[in-house]
Structure formats: structure tokens, C-alpha cells
Design a protein around this ligand. Structure first.
Ligand SMILES: Cc1cc2nc3c(=O)[nH]c(=O)nc-3n(C[C@H](O)[C@H](O)[C@H](O)COP(=O)(O)O)c2cc1C
Length: 456
């Protein structure tokens, strides 16, 4: 299934910053995904980006404080000349309000319910989810007043805030404040709309971060990082895995109320954001190095209280036959080539999948250079997994990934659900994975409800 915004109505508010010019491309991409987009320009945005370009790209008239057409009459038609503004109608028909770029001024006004322009009227009048993508100079963004306003929008009004990124800014400085890339914006919109659909069907609770508490008290065992297979005390065979994906999954699972055991070859203690995660009371971090140690830690913690195992670690397929306790010395008298004998490592997720009960789920990752989906499908079956995440080799040691979530359809297990996502930050990928994981868990629990009382 491709990412789609078919039949979705997006009201896109554009406020007055240099990044406003990027909205022409944003509208074009939203339209390609099937969305119906109504652009609303703030009075100052109108001097940064041309309403005409946005009208042509969105195929709808652009709304401003002074526009004189209704929603019904907004399809681009040069002969239109109508006479009233329909901001309440826009507030009602929106599936989502997206404000990109959101200026410091806009953030301040929304945080204090000030309504002196059309986009603010609409945002106050709507019941649809609101997502903002701020863009501004670094000092403006870091100003405590702006940060307080952002916190208020997030915590008090449950608005989603897409963090600006770091880089060169139009004001000839460099730092945080650039409009997030369009892929992240689109993916967030898609995620919020998907969640809106999910929440229609299940009675989800949301915490103060707007995260559904759909893994509340579930126990999740996650592995992260690349294993190191030692030849001697200082040399090892490994891979480039950073552990980002495993950490992102742990973070998202904690947000959703789960208890997490994270078996990892990396600890991120020096990373200011991830090290905060390590202090979370519901996280247990177990540090390991080799595949053998990882197997022991995963197996040792896999018991009937575990609801799901996610094998995000990159485990070496092979390790040296011998692990010498002393450093191997170079022997100048021997030939210029040496032969390294390797033995196959146990397949940890396959091993755990073979022991799982009908209400436990196992999730594997498949990193492939070719035939991504087909190879992942084969692994899903061969390893008896409930879900597999297929990604290309460029996901390794990257903050971003372009994943495919694959699992047997819940209403027809002979067919596969294949969700192809765009390249995005791994925390967003993790969020999608856990959405689907919680659905699979729920479905298993419904099917096998007689087994659920096992722990009570
Ligand atoms: C050239 C120029 C560039 C600007 N860029 C930004 C910006 O990137 N972010 C921002 O918050 N404000 C920026 N401003 C300030 C806003 O345009 C100003 O606060 C305006 O009142 C915003 O109104 P609005 O939020 O209703 O669109 C800029 C102003 C000028 C003149």
C-alpha cells in the first residue's frame, strides 16, 4: 500500500517567512498524493509567496483575510467573482490544519488564541487536528517566549509540532530554525490522519504528548546496534549499525506506556537526548557486545510476560571460529595472506519465534540490496515472524530510513499487508511500526482471549 492522502482535505496555512516559497512544492506533493488542498495565506505571507502559483498548483482559489469567494466556489475559475469568506466552513471540512511555515508571530497568536487573520480564525474554529511546522532564525526559535508558546500548543492544545531542522538559514546564519523537510511534514500529516482513523475504531487513550496509550503495560523486548564478533581482545568483525532504530523504537514504545527491555551494543550515554531515555523508569538497558551475548540476553529475558520482541539489531551472521585471549601478532615470516575461519551464528529472532506462544509477537528486520519485498516475505515465513520491516542498505548508520512494513493481513492472513513509507526520521518510522504492532497485538489478544489471564 502506497502512502496516500486520497479524499483528505488539508487546509494549509502559510504564514510570513522566507520558507513560504517552499509551500508551492509542498502543495504539489500533497496534491500528487491525492489530497484536496485549500491554501490560506496570512496577510504577511502574501508578500512572500504568490497566491497565483498556489492557486494553479492546488487547483483551488487561495484564501486570504480579504478573499471574496466561498469554499464551494474556490475551484480555480477566472470568471468567479463572489462575495463572502467562509472560514467556519473551512474549519469544518478540514481533516487536518497544517501551518507551514509557522512564524514566531503565528505561534504566539495561536498559543494565546488571538485571532486577527483568517488562518487564526480557522484554527480556533476547527475540531480537526492541528500540526505546525515552525521556521525562523535560530535565536527567535530558542527564545524562551517562543519555546513557552510551543510547549503550550503541544501540552495544552495537543497541537503537533514538527521540529525545525538545523542548517543554513536565509538570515545568513546557521543553526536550528529551517523548515523541516517536506517529506517529514507529509509523513507527519499522514501519520496523524492514520491515527485519526485508528482512533475511530478503537477506544485509544492519548497521553500528554498526543501518543496513543495502546501499549500500556505491555512488555517489549527490543535489540539494537551491530554485534561485535571478536578475534582477539582488540579486533572484531562488525557492521555499521548505529542502534538508532532500536533506540527510536524503545522511545516510542515508552511513550505509548510500554515497559521496555533494550538489549543493545550501544548505550548513547554521550547523546544528550538519548541519554535521557536511559533514565526512564520503565526502561531496562542491557549492554552486550557479541551475538552470543545478545542471544543470551534476549533468550534470558524472553518469558511469558513478554508481549512482543523486536529484533532491530544487526547481528553478524558469522563469527570467528576462535576468539583468542591474547592479541594476534603479525608474523613476518608467514605468507602475505591469512585465512579466517568463521562459524555461523544462531538466528536469534528465529530461535525466539520458535518458542513464542500464540499471543506473543516477533518482529524482524530485513536489510536488503535487492528484491527487498520478496526477500523480506521469505524471511517472514521462514522465521515464523508476525511482522517484518524491510529496508534498503542506506538505512544502516543513518538517522533516516525508508521502510516497508509487511505482515499477514489481519482479516485474511493468506495475503500480505505491505505498507511502503517514505524516507523519514527513524523516530517517525518507529511510530508507524508501533501503530501496526499494537494492531497485531490487539488482534491476537482478541483471537486468543482465553490465554490472556495467564499472568493473573
Ligand atoms: C524578510 C523577512 C523575513 C522573515 N522571515 C521570518 C521567518 O522566517 N520566521 C518568522 O517567524 N518571522 C519572519 N519574519 C517576520 C514575520 O514576517 C512577521 O512577524 C509577521 O508579522 C508574521 O505574520 P504572520 O505570522 O501572521 O504571517 C520575516 C520578516 C521579513 C521582513
Amino acid at each position: 500500500m502506497e502512502l496516500t492522502l486520497e479524499n483528505k482535505t488539508i487546509v494549509l496555512g502559510v504564514t510570513g517567512g522566507i520558507a513560504s516559497y517552499k509551500t508551492v512544492e509542498l502543495v504539489s506533493q500533497l496534491k500528487k498524493l491525492g489530497a484536496n488542498v485549500y491554501v490560506v495565506l496570512s496577510s504577511s505571507a502574501a508578500s512572500f509567496v504568490s497566491a497565483l502559483s498556489l492557486e494553479v498548483i492546488s487547483c483551488n482559489r487561495v484564501f486570504t483575510k480579504d478573499s471574496k469567494h466561498t469554499v464551494e466556489e474556490s475551484t480555480v475559475n477566472p470568471f468567479l467573482n463572489n462575495s463572502y469568506i467562509d472560514h467556519i466552513h473551512l474549519a469544518q471540512i478540514a481533516d487536518i490544519i497544517l501551518i507551514a511555515p509557522a512564524t514566531a508571530n503565528c505561534i504566539g497568536k495561536l498559543a494565546h488564541a488571538i485571532s486577527d487573520d483568517l488562518i487564526y480564525d480557522i484554527t480556533l474554529a476547527t475540531k480537526a487536528p492541528v500540526v505546525i511546522a515552525p521556521a525562523m532564525n535560530t535565536n527567535m526559535w530558542l527564545h524562551p517566549g517562543v519555546q513557552d508558546n510551543i510547549k503550550r500548543l503541544r501540552d495544552s492544545y495537543a497541537y503537533s509540532v514538527i521540529q525545525p531542522s538545523a542548517g543554513a538559514l536565509a538570515c545568513k546564519t546557521s543553526g536550528i530554525g529551517r523548515l523541516a523537510d517536506l517529506d517529514s511534514i507529509i509523513s507527519t500529516v499522514n501519520k496523524i490522519l492514520t491515527k485519526k482513523i485508528l482512533s475511530k475504531y478503537s477506544k485509544l487513550q492519548f497521553n500528554s504528548k498526543g501518543k496513543p496509550q495502546n501499549l500500556l503495560d505491555n512488555n517489549i523486548l527490543i535489540s539494537a546496534g551491530g554485534t561485535k564478533e571478536y578475534l582477539d581482545p582488540v579486533r572484531f568483525i562488525s557492521n555499521d549499525s548505529s542502534g538508532e532504530m532500536g533506540f527510536a523504537l524503545a522511545q516510542e514504545a515508552l511513550y505509548r506506556g510500554a515497559n521496555v527491555i533494550l538489549v543493545s551494543t550501544v548505550n548513547y550515554r554521550k547523546d544528550p537526548i538519548k541519554s535521557a531515555l536511559l533514565d526512564h523508569p520503565n526502561l531496562l538497558l542491557l549492554e552486550v557486545n557479541s551475538s552470543e551475548e545478545m542471544l543470551k540476553a534476549m533468550e534470558g529475558n524472553f518469558n511469558e510476560s513478554i508481549d512482543a520482541v523486536i529484533m532491530a539489531a544487526a547481528v553478524s551472521d558469522y563469527s570467528p571460529m576462535k576468539h583468542l585471549s591474547k592479541k594476534i601478532k603479525k608474523d613476518n615470516d608467514t605468507a602475505s595472506t591469512v585465512t579466517l575461519e568463521l562459524k555461523e551464528n544462531p538466528d536469534i529472532i528465529k530461535h525466539l519465534s520458535a518458542q513464542k506462544s500464540p499471543i506473543q509477537i516477533t518482529v524482524g528486520f530485513s536489510l536488503e540490496s535487492e528484491d527487498l519485498i520478496e526477500n523480506a516475505r521469505k524471511k517472514l515465513i521462514a522465521k515464523n515472524l508476525d511482522m517484518i520491516i524491510a529496508n534498503g542498505v542506506d538505512a544502516i548508520n543513518s538517522k533516516e530510513s525508508e521502510i516497508n512494513i509487511i505482515y499477514p493481513k489481519l482479516d485474511d492472513p493468506n495475503k500480505l499487508e505491505i505498507i511502503k513509507l517514505i524516507k523519514q526520521d527513524k523516530s517517525l518510522s518507529a511510530d508507524h511500526i508501533l501503530d501496526h504492532l499494537s494492531l497485531i497485538l490487539k488482534s491476537k489478544h482478541e483471537k486468543h482471549s482465553h490465554l490472556i489471564n495467564r499472568q493473573t
